[in-house]
Structures are given as C-alpha cells and as structure tokens.
Design a protein around this ligand. Structure first.
Ligand code: SF4
Ligand code: SF4
Length: 349
C-alpha cells in the first residue's frame, strides 16, 4: 500500500480546488490539478499505472506542494500528506533529483550547519532554561543570518542555541518523509521550551510532528506575547507602503495569515496584494529543480507588486525571500523584498 486509504478515498472529485492551484492556472490541464493528481495517485495505488509512467513522474515533480488546494476543499483532503506519500514511493534512489539528494545530505549533518555560523554570523545565545528557543533554519543560516539577529533584537529574552540541526522539512517534501519526521523529533529534543521560527515552511513541518502548541511562527509568537513593535518605517519622509507575500505552508498548513498583516500595519501603510496568498514559486527546492516553471508562477506576482506601488514586500519564509529578491532584481524593480523581522527592527531604529 502506497497511500493511506482514508486519505486517498476522501476526494469526491468536486473540482473546487482547481481555481486555487497555480500549476492548473499555468496549463489548464486536468492532470496538473489537485483532482487530476489524486486520480493519478489512485491509478498508481491500483497498479493501473506503473511508477515510471511519464505523466506520474512529471506531475509528482510539477506540483509545487503549496497546499493551496487544502483550505478550499469541502471534503478535507489532506493533499500535503498525499504528496509526501506519493514522493516517498516515486522518488526513491536514483529517481530523486540529484540536487535534492545533495541538499538533503548536507542539511542532515548538524556539524555542517554549525560551520555556516562561523562564516555568517547568525543569532546565537547560551541555553538558559526552558522558555523560548529560536530555530535557526538551514537556508537562513546560510543566506540570511541577519534575519535571526533581527528576531533576537525584537525578542531579547529568547534563546538561540547553536547546537541545532535541520527540521527535516526538506526531506519530507523530497521523498523521505520518515527521515523528515525523525529529524523533526530530534530537533524537538535539542531545543528547549517553545520553538519559535522565522520560516513558515519549517513551522508547518515541525508543528505537524511536535504538536501545534510546541511550535510558533515568529509573527504568531510576537502577537501572542503582545510584543508589538514601536516606531514607524518611513521612506522619503512618509510612512512606507508595504505588501506581504504569505508563506504557503504557514497559510495553508497552519492558518496563520492575520498576524503578519497586523504587525506590518503597526509600523507602515499596509497594501494587500490581490494574490498575496498564492505561491511565489519558491516552494522549497522547486525553484532550483524547476527554475523555468518557478519563474512562470512568480511572473504575475511581480506584476502585482509593481502595480501596487509599494516600497517593500515582506515575507515570512526565507525561500520566498530568495525568490522575490531574485525576481525583483531580474525585473529591474525598485521594490525591495525583506523579512518581517527586519522590517520591524527598522521601525524601532
Ligand atoms: S476540492 Fe477536495 S474533494 Fe474536491 S476535487 Fe479537490 S481535492 Fe477532491
Ligand atoms: S499543492 Fe499546490 S500545486 Fe500542488 S496540487 Fe495543490 S494547489 Fe496545485
């Protein structure tokens, strides 16, 4: 058995999920939709299709894993779980993309992650009891160490232990969900107290394995603690105009949408983008494995950002930060992508 029967049978083929799906929007092809992919999964389960069937191979990789199909589904289909089970079966050994294998091997070694901290100065503190631990995500440690430093400035009582590994989301999304779950459990043992993370994708994966109460995304935590930012972000003598790009897994997996918006409104003029809740095309390793498709998903978002005449677009996940930063740079835009934690520290300066 490849899939949980209960999960696979839940779909009633109503099609409500089709308009929410970014890959279906690109192709208008049923097999690139959530319903079409569930039909493919059923064909794989019953043996109607072999795992090397070209449509199965293509669709298991073309899906962004954004889970935009979940909140709109009247039958409660847990598509994210189905996709993990599909890739567990489909992406074994040499069938897993080489780059994904390489990244998984790197982040599974905590000592390699610690080495990044010698080169890039992310936040770090000693462990002081069991209260709140800031998780240092793999991507953030390597590319955006300033984000964890900003988070610690806003929450000086939080601790950021150096000795922590990867949460395992990368593994879970790339055909190795058992290892992904084990890594989440191991990180839960290393980090004392409530785990707070500035990466929406990591928050969703960790909370699925450690429990919703044990894990908080940073904006969610700030609002819960009543830690409202002081001051204002100004540009050219006026209040800055700021938009938000939701993190897919934070929005669709954890239902956190209100908190980052409220925090931005506290320090700037908030501008809602029409497609703020839609995937930006980063989707974990997707932007590396399927660059052309990733850029097609991003293109309408870049146009929306330009049309909104904002100064900054805020993200709550490092993968989205990289995707928007690169996209805005390529298009010659004056708009800057920035993590929420950074924006809030600017208000306090
Ligand atoms: S909305 Fe849910 S039940 Fe309807 S087709 Fe999509 S996945 Fe199936
Ligand atoms: S996870 Fe995203 S891309 Fe994949 S089927 Fe669902 S909505 Fe479409």
């Amino acid at each position: 058995m490849i899939f949980d029967d209960d999960l696979l049978e839940r779909c009633i083929s109503c099609g409500f999920c089709l308009p929410a799906c970014p890959t279906y929007s690109l192709t208008a092809d049923e097999s690139s939709s959530p319903r079409g992919r569930i039909t493919l999964m059923r064909a794989l389960e019953t043996g109607q299709l072999e795992p090397d069937d070209p449509t199965l191979v293509e669709q298991s990789s073309f899906c962004l894993g954004c889970r935009a199909c979940e909140p709109v589904c009247p039958a409660g289909v847990q598509y994210g779980d189905l996709l993990e089970q599909w890739r567990d079966h489909q992406w074994q050994g040499r069938n897993r993309p080489v780059l994904a294998r390489l990244l998984m091997a790197v982040v599974a070694r905590p000592w390699l992650l610690r080495l990044q901290g010698l080169v890039r100065r992310h936040a770090r503190t000693k462990v002081r009891g069991r209260t709140y631990s800031l998780m240092l995500g793999c991507v953030e440690r390597g590319l955006y160490p300033r984000v964890s430093r900003a988070a610690l400035r806003l929450a000086p009582g939080m601790q950021a232990p150096r000795a922590q590994g990867c949460c395992g989301a990368l593994h879970a999304h790339n055909g190795s969900s058992v290892q992904g779950a084990e890594m989440a459990e191991a990180l839960g043992k290393r980090l004392p107290g409530t785990i707070v993370t500035t990466a929406g994708g990591c928050a969703a994966h960790l909370s699925a394995h450690l429990g919703r109460d044990r894990v908080k995304e940073f904006s969610e935590w700030l609002v819960e603690m009543g830690a409202w930012p002081q001051g204002e972000v100004r540009v050219d003598g006026r209040r800055a105009r700021v938009a938000l790009q939701d993190s897919c897994h934070l929005r669709n997996g954890m239902g956190v949408t209100r908190q980052p918006r409220e925090l931005i409104k506290a320090v700037a003029e908030y501008v809602e983008l029409p497609g703020a809740g839609g995937c930006c095309g980063a989707a974990g390793t997707y932007s590396l494995l399927r660059g052309a498709d990733s850029r097609k998903v991003l293109a309408p978002k870049l146009a929306e950002i330009e049309a909104a005449r904002v100064d900054f677009v805020v993200v709550v996940n490092p993968g989205c930060l990289r995707q928007l930063e690169q996209g805005l740079r390529r298009s010659g835009s004056r708009v800057k992508a920035v993590h929420l934690a950074e924006l809030l520290t600017w208000a306090e300066e």
